[in-house]
Design a protein around this ligand. Structure first.
Ligand code: GRF
Length: 207
């Protein structure tokens, strides 16, 4: 049902597995990624498609797509997958490619989001699950979690609290997707069956 793409630790992958979601395979672009061991220990098939073995992004993405399609997933979930995907790849999985990003998009797309939030003096920070489009970190937003930035936060303490929320919102978004509840209309995502006014798509954490 779901193929998860990772590059490293795989804690978001683990949160999806812990939620009991039907994961068909985990694929990494990095051999030896820690998440691969976690997946294998749970009996989930794993594959490695190393980007560095390919001369172009297009060639890598074609090999990655071939590995994914072997499992015929309904959903491809990026979970700490640190490669920019080609427009062709994104188009192939249009509407069934989700990502988790450690900021409140559209603020702080790209890397080093926690450092940048602190440097900007942001009073709140968070994470976002969104559909992937060719525009990096800019696709339709499914759900966000926000939390207050503390005066004594470091990038590490802030990252740890944001990560806790990532593990809350990603399984929720994936469940909605598999239940067929996510509707994209004019670039916005609505969750079918959720009561208006009860904002399921915005988690506000106290800490
Ligand atoms: C997470 O913060 C995720 O939002 C970002 O990369 C990190 C991956 O962590 N894209 P993990 O591999 O899921 O533990």
């Amino acid at each position: 049902m779901i193929v998860i793409l990772i590059s490293g630790r795989g804690s978001n992958m683990q949160a999806l597995l812990d939620a009991g979601l039907p994961v068909s395979a985990v694929i990494s672009n990095v051999a030896g990624a820690k998440g691969l061991d976690v997946a294998a220990a749970r009996g989930v098939p794993t594959r490695v498609v190393e980007h560095k073995r390919f001369a172009t992004r297009e060639a890598f993405d074609a090999a990655l797509a071939a590995a994914i399609d072997e499992f015929r997933p309904r959903l491809v979930a990026l979970a700490g997958f640190m490669r920019v995907l080609t427009p062709g790849f994104v188009a192939r999985y249009r509407g069934r490619l989700l990502n988790i990003h450690p900021s409140l998009l559209p603020e702080f797309p790209g890397l080093h989001t926690h450092e940048r939030a602190l440097r900007a003096g942001a009073k709140r920070h968070g994470c976002t699950v969104h559909f992937v489009t060719a525009d990096l970190d800019h696709g339709p937003i499914v759900i966000q979690a926000a939390l207050p930035v503390r005066e004594d936060d470091t990038p590490e303490t802030l990252a740890a609290r944001v990560l806790r929320q990532e593990h809350v919102i990603y399984p929720r978004a994936v469940r909605w997707f598999l239940d067929g509840k996510l509707v994209i209309e004019g670039g916005r995502v609505r969750v079918e069956g959720e009561k208006a006014g009860k904002d399921a798509q915005m988690v506000v954490a106290a800490d």
